[in-house]
Design a protein around this ligand. Structure first.
Ligand code: GDP
Length: 547
């Protein structure tokens, strides 16, 4: 925890489902010695998927914050789900992150959910590096994905490593390793050592031209953000490696471009260079702008209250996730300023009450460490608060600040649930209220007319997960009615489809033609009224997809 803030990276790993987030996270935890064996998604042993529900499904549902150490750098990873039903989970993670690794499959390329998360990251101005994964698969094409990233995400990807080949043996051009375009060296990872050991050799002749071309593009990209470097480059047609790295960092932090790494997490290729990239190019908490809030105690003071990432300032932070533990809830907390000490009391400006922070935990992949204090810029788990909900600020009561809360969309799908026996109704309603406290995109209410318990969430999968949690964690079996989704179809002139039912108005001059968009009716919570009263509701069983 004493790590200098310069050496802290709070990152998210974001992608479309199946691009390889969980596998890459597992490799990262393995290489950083946070775990001693490599978890496998397909065997249900991945470390970040510690919810049995996730392991069973092989997808990452709830964000888990884990810390690990790579060389001099402490990396706090917030794993984020890629399924469209959990977009709000990604949103909350992005709010507290400083930088992100975006993973693409070298076969599928830019997919709908990669576009959505990319735009979410744009909204929060999160600096990003990219990882093109699955280069071992048949049909993998690095250049095609680079072009797609540039075109569909409207950004400038810059390759810093280049794959040698693509696909698997017996293909004679099978993916065999990567070329570091800064050092101009080839790296071959030893699969028998699970990639922990690798050989560094000269670039083989067959890849020399391609590597030289890619290096030139890299140098041109970094020179574009610095006139002196451009002059030096034009004179000597080269730049020293250190200068390239410094400019890559500067351009990434400014959002001018995105360094792109390549590999195959499954085959243990290219993940360590990606870790070097996290340390070299993604921001530390000190590189991010200070947070702004308001003074909740003063109606007169209208200007923003600024909090710097400084351990000596009054403490303030944001609760961004609550995980139900057997004995107590664990509140994941991003500290923006000051030093948080255990057994202290913090003000929750929303409720006006003080909350006790009895314990502070640093959460690693396979263990947790109780710590006495934690500093600005870090992410920790708290035990003790009772009334805080996701998005709440906790701060020094003598110097209060209310940070902007996390935005969560309204629920879009609902269904009535009934306990197997009516004696369990109260327990069911209590448990659902607890789950709603942990998950701001889930809601549960009792319809006064019918007495039915109605649950609502972000999609069918979301509600199924809730139902399975009732069964697994609380031994509550429920009968469910058919899910209802409220939607309307709209023809909008100039609306630009964003891939997940969200849409945005195009800007003048963008020239987007008329498109059909399915607009989710977000303004009304389905549980507010009898299901029969919902406009144009439809059984999901008849719908391919609501989005
Ligand atoms: P996530 O949904 O993004 O977390 O993706 P996972 O890490 O769960 O991976 C999805 C599937 O792709 C699993 O079956 C993985 O074994 C597989 N996978 C992940 N990375 C690679 C890779 O580099 N190459 C190949 N061939 N398969 C991979």
């Amino acid at each position: 925890m004493a790590a200098a803030l310069d050496d802290v990276r709070n990152i998210g790993i974001i992608a479309h489902i199946d691009a390889g987030k969980t596998t890459t996270t597992e490799r990262i935890l393995f290489y950083t010695d946070a775990t001693h064996r490599v978890g496998q998604v397909d065997e249900g042993t991945a470390t970040t998927d510690f919810d049995p529900e996730e392991a069973e499904r092989g997808i990452t549902i709830y964000s888990a914050a884990v810390s690990c150490r790579w060389k001099e750098t402490t990396i706090n990873i917030i794993d984020t789900p890629g399924h469209v039903d959990f977009t709000a989970e990604v949103e909350r993670s992005l709010r507290v992150l400083d930088g992100a690794v975006v993973i693409f499959s070298a076969v599928e390329g830019v997919e709908a959910q990669s576009e959505t998360v990319w735009r979410q990251a744009d909204k929060y101005k999160v600096p990003r590096i990219c990882f093109i994964n699955k280069l071992d698969r048949i049909g993998a094409d690095f250049d095609r994905v680079m072009a797609q990233v540039a075109d569909r995400l409207q950004c400038k990807p810059v390759a810093v490593t280049l794959p040698m080949g693509a696909g698997s043996p017996p293909d004679p051009n099978a993916f065999s390793g990567i070329i570091d375009l800064i050092a101009m060296k080839a790296h071959y990872f030893d699969p028998a050592k699970q990639g922990k050991e690798f050989k560094v050799e000269d670039v083989p002749a067959e890849f020399a031209d391609r590597a030289a071309e890619a290096r030139q593009l890299l140098l041109e990209a970094v020179c574009e953000i610095d006139d002196d470097a451009m002059e030096a480059y034009l004179e000597s047609e080269d730049l020293p490696s250190d200068q390239v790295r410094t400019l890559l960092r500067k351009g990434t932090l400014e959002g001018a471009f995105h360094p792109v790494f390549s590999g195959s997490s499954l085959d243990y290729i290219g993940v360590q260079p990606l870790l070097d990239g996290v340390a070299a190019y993604l921001p530390s908490p000190l590189d991010r702008p200070p947070v702004e809030g308001t003074n909740p105690m003063s109606k007169k003071e209208t200007g923003p209250v600024i909090r710097h990432t400084d351990p000596d300032e009054p403490v303030a932070g944001l609760v961004f996730k609550i995980v139900a533990e057997q004995h107590a809830d664990l509140y994941f907390f991003r500290i923006y300023s000051g030093t948080l000490k255990s057994s202290s009391r913090l003000l929750n400006p929303r409720t006006g009450k003080k909350e006790l922070v009895s314990q502070i935990w640093q959460v690693q992949a396979s263990q947790r460490t109780k710590i006495d204090e934690a500093h600005a810029g870090n992410i920790v788990g708290l035990v003790g608060p009772k009334d805080a909900v996701t998005g709440d600020t906790l701060c020094d009561a003598n110097k209060p600040v209310l940070l902007e809360s996390i935005h969560f969309p309204q629920t879009v799908i609902s269904m009535a649930v009934e306990p197997e026996s009516s004696a369990e109704r109260k327990k069911l309603n209590d448990v659902l209220a607890r789950l709603a406290k942990q998950d701001p995109t889930f809601d549960s209410r009792v319809n006064e007319d019918t007495g039915q318990t109605i649950i609502s969430g972000m999609g069918e999968l979301h509600l199924e997960v809730i139902r399975n949690r009732l069964h697994n964690d609380f031994k509550l079996d429920v009968r469910v009615h058919k899910p209802r989704v409220s939607y309307r179809e709209t023809i909008k002139s100039g609306a630009k489809l964003r891939g997940t039912g969200e849409f945005e108005k195009s800007q003048p001059g963008e020239g987007v033609s008329e498109q059909t968009v399915v607009e989710l009716l977000l303004e009304r919570r389905a549980g507010d009224q009898p299901l029969s009263a919902i406009d144009k509701s439809k059984d999901l069983s008849n719908e391919q997809s609501a989005t």
